[in-house]
Design a protein around this ligand. Structure first.
Ligand SMILES: Cc1cc2nc3c(=O)[nH]c(=O)nc-3n(C[C@H](O)[C@H](O)[C@H](O)COP(=O)(O)OP(=O)(O)OC[C@H]3O[C@@H](n4cnc5c(N)ncnc54)[C@H](O)[C@@H]3O)c2cc1C
Length: 436
């Protein structure tokens, strides 16, 4: 199977040919923008960042228009691993030590909020998206297990009392693989069908009076008051704008691209395994990610397929043969699947920052952005939406805690950031392999 090309701006594009697209809830095809309209807030991008922002704002009574280049959930939000992982790609202790106790405390206090927002959304709007409780972090060596002990103590300090460490072979209660030295379970985490979560939130937004245009890539944005946001066939004049294009933004606002790098990661999904085999792999249906720098992540779907992801390519071009890249990783974890067929394979792009913390900010006082979750964005995008709605309606301290994080450009600039990052990843991957 071949990877969809994401190198060009999305235009008249349908969802990637994933298991998610094949099992999506029915949703209307929304029209493209073809008129001149105005609103309080225009949101660019209908992924989790955009939809979460739009829904929070609509709930506060603002008139919101979302412009999506392709379809709702076309980007990472509709094709990710579906894992509800708490906190951030860099953990709170790193934030404390690099940026000070006050920043660590502020972000630490919000580290589990995105997860809660998702669950509130699902409950309030009755979104059918296969929500299941529990995710775990799997240690591949004793050094990683030691890090998990530290991780447990850290998260407990910030109020997460749903953690359970299984050392030695005890972890086989949760994962039918010989690869690990132990696991840390977060019973408050979980997994879900991310495309259906995105579609459900778009419908929720519309039920609150918001409007979503699909197949409407924004081509230019003219700063001012109001901001003028242009697509090929229409214009939105908005008092404020939320830029939520993340790794798919492609050149609309170069200032947002300087300190980040699109990266690809790939997922395969097996044929249905049947209840008995599925339960031998993941007896309690937990989502798993290992602790390697280039990590593997996997879980069962509602129809007992194994959905297995891994690998990173720097830059937005994924491998041509995804199954050839991911299947060996799956078999290393579960050799018992050697005769199992792969039904779906796809690629998606996320946005990496150098410090692996998200970038929030505001340009010209009325163009807000949140991006660069660096691989863990399912929860933080939902938090971002709430914080953007707060800062637009008078509360700025929580948004500013993120916006104050310093971000640097990747070494080598746009030309060399890809090879230099690949070199860095190779170094960390070698350390993981050697367990040092
Ligand atoms: C394969 C994969 C697996 C992942 N697995 C996990 C996981 O299990 N758990 C986890 O926490 N995180 C995971 N992530 C990361 C997570 O999915 C992302 O951080 C998150 O979805 C980002 O959401 P977003 O809304 O910011 O961006 P996106 O979901 O990428 O949405 C951006 C949207 O903006 C639109 N857009 C771009 N430019 C324009 C424009 N000019 N005009 C209009 N619209 C535009 C795009 O079409 C797109 O729909 C994964 C990512 C990938 C790629």
């Amino acid at each position: 199977m071949s990877a969809p090309s994401d190198a060009k701006p999305p235009s008249q594009l349908e969802h990637a040919a994933s298991w998610y697209a094949a099992s999506a809830n029915a949703a209307p095809a929304r029209p493209a923008l073809s008129a001149d309209v105005s609103c309080d807030v225009c949101v660019v991008g209908a992924g989790f960042t955009g939809l979460s922002s739009a829904l929070h704002l609509a709930e506060k009574g603002l008139k919101v228009i979302v412009l999506e280049a392709a379809r709702v959930g076309y980007g990472a939000s509709g094709r990710n691993g579906g894992q509800i992982v708490n906190s951030y790609s860099r953990d709170i202790d790193v934030i404390e030590s690099k940026y000070g106790q006050a920043t660590g405390r502020a972000l630490g206090d919000m580290a589990f909020e995105g997860n809660r927002i998702i669950r509130e959304r699902i409950a309030t709007y009755g979104i059918q998206c296969d929500l299941r409780d529990g995710n775990l972090f799997a240690a591949c060596n004793t050094k990683q297990l030691q890090a998990l002990r530290h991780h447990q103590a850290l998260w407990q300090r910030y109020g997460n009392d749903s953690l359970e460490l299984l050392e030695g072979d005890a972890y086989q209660r949760e994962v039918g693989s010989n690869r690990y030295t132990g696991v840390l379970i977060d019973h408050s985490g979980g997994h879900l069908h991310p495309l259906n979560l995105a579609l459900g939130q778009a419908a929720a937004l519309e039920s609150r009076g918001g409007v979503v245009y699909e197949q409407s890539p924004v081509v230019t944005l003219e700063h001012g008051a109001p901001v003028t946001v242009k697509t090929a066939e229409g214009t939105v004049r908005a008092d404020r704008v939320v830029m939520a294009g993340n790794a798919y933004l492609h050149g609309v606002m170069p200032e947002l691209e300087r300190k980040s790098m699109p990266c690809g990661t790939q997922i395969i999904t097996t044929e249905p395994l049947g209840e008995a085999l599925a339960r031998r792999l993941l007896p309690n249906g937990m989502a798993v990610e290992d602790c390697n720098y280039l990590l593997d992540y996997y879980r069962l779907t509602r129809d007992n397929r194994l959905l297995y992801g891994g690998g990173v390519n720097y830059g937005s071009e994924g491998p041509a043969d995804i199954e050839a890249v991911i299947r060996p990783k799956m078999l290393k974890t579960f050799p018992q699947l050697k005769d199992v067929k792969v039904d779906y394979a796809w690629s998606g792009n996320f946005l990496m920052t150098l410090n692996r913390l998200p970038q929030f900010g505001v340009i010209n006082d009325n163009v807000y952005y949140a991006q660069g979750y660096s691989g863990h964005g399912v929860t933080c995008t939902h938090l971002a939406g709430r914080l953007i709605s707060e800062v637009m309606t008078g509360r700025d301290d929580r948004f500013d805690a993120f916006a104050g994080l310093p971000h640097q450009p990747f070494p080598g600039g746009r030309m060399l950031r890809v090879p230099l990052s690949a070199l860095g990843a190779w170094y960390y991957e070698a350390r993981d392999r050697l367990g040092i």
